[in-house]
Design a protein around this ligand. Sequence first.
Ligand SMILES: *Cc1c(COP(=O)(O)O)cnc(C)c1O
Length: 414
Amino acid sequence: MNWPKVIIRTSYRQARNLIKIMSGRQLMTPGLVSMTLDRDDIQLVKSILQNKSDWYDRTAVQKYEADFAHWNGSQYAYSFMAGRVALTACIQALGLMPGDEVILPGYTCVAVPNAFHFSGIKTVYCDIELDTYGLDASQIEQAITPKTRAILLHHLYGLVCRDYDAILSIARKHGLRVIEDCAHATGAKYRGINVGNRGDVAFYSSEQSKIFNTIQGGIAITNNAELANKIKEFYDNASYPDEAWIEKHLYNFTLNYLQNKHPQRWLLWDIAESLYGDKRLISTTKDEEMGICPEYYGRKMPAAIAIVANNQLKKIDSFNEVRRMTARRWDSWSERRGYKKPVVISDSVPVYLRYPLMVEQRSKQDTSRLKKELGVSIGVWFISNVHPAPAIVQGCPNADEAVRRCINLPCLLE
Ligand SMILES: *Cc1c(COP(=O)(O)O)cnc(C)c1O
């Protein structure tokens, strides 16, 4: 460890904290990460670290999968080390082949098109609407070709997408499969049913910026027995991360908690960074952003992580309730400021992973004024059409506008 560097950084930051205290300013700006890890999760992690022999216990994983499926109202669930891997399982289960085409929103996370490209499938981008940032149903049919096999829809920021019904009926009309990207929307409901259950397959993410947090992780669901068998085939062929990876991963829980949630994080963060900083995992490497498949791709979730996932699962509903309460505060602020609020479609319950808002382009380019006014960190997802990778997506003017002007506000403040 580079002690001189650690000491200099810690002294500098604590001097700044002292100035903040003396001038009566808040110590920490509420951040954008999903602060859903609590002391009990960290206790659990400690005991897992001491019980190495249970790290690959299949029954603990099955319990998480069964509990998730039950909570989500789904028949089958399979857990992986990332949402993008769960998506890959869905792609394989649907039997999509090299040369096939899939339609997806021109406003997405780079991990999504990558999953298709890694399987040799061509991605065709379609524009979004600016009410809920979902696929615009009126743009889909013109993108369908004889090679189109599937549509991927998403529920971004935790909002149930405006054209949910319409997209499903277009897919039915053209004999296309539907994949639901629920990475932002775990627990969101439409007509009393959790999103993800109306397409053929769906995936959820428990990456550390999402609704629930296992640092990295994802889960695929379906209600179709035949597709479930195919997901299971992929699952059975996938391997677990090795012990060294799992150990590193487990330290990331503590790191995340001390950085984002612990009441004394203004001090403990520095200490945690010095102790465990070298263990930090990166969700998307630069290479992966550029479309290179990492060696470490395609793993399934071992018990060591699934046990924490299951503990997080129990808290999703109460955290989502807090998110909705915070969103009401952003609603009234938006109204006062004359900004258009995100649309909550009728008979839907959103989960507000983040609160999206279209502001002037200059406020997205320089968020400092808004940060000062609101006292929270300002999110800039998505900074490109396939966030965060630079990529050219054509013919999606609404998506382009959202890239220029859509910011997001945190909904879990403490
Ligand atoms: C994060 C994200 C994913 C991928 O989830 P991972 O668990 O990070 O692989 C997919 N779609 C969207 C919209 C996301 O934000």
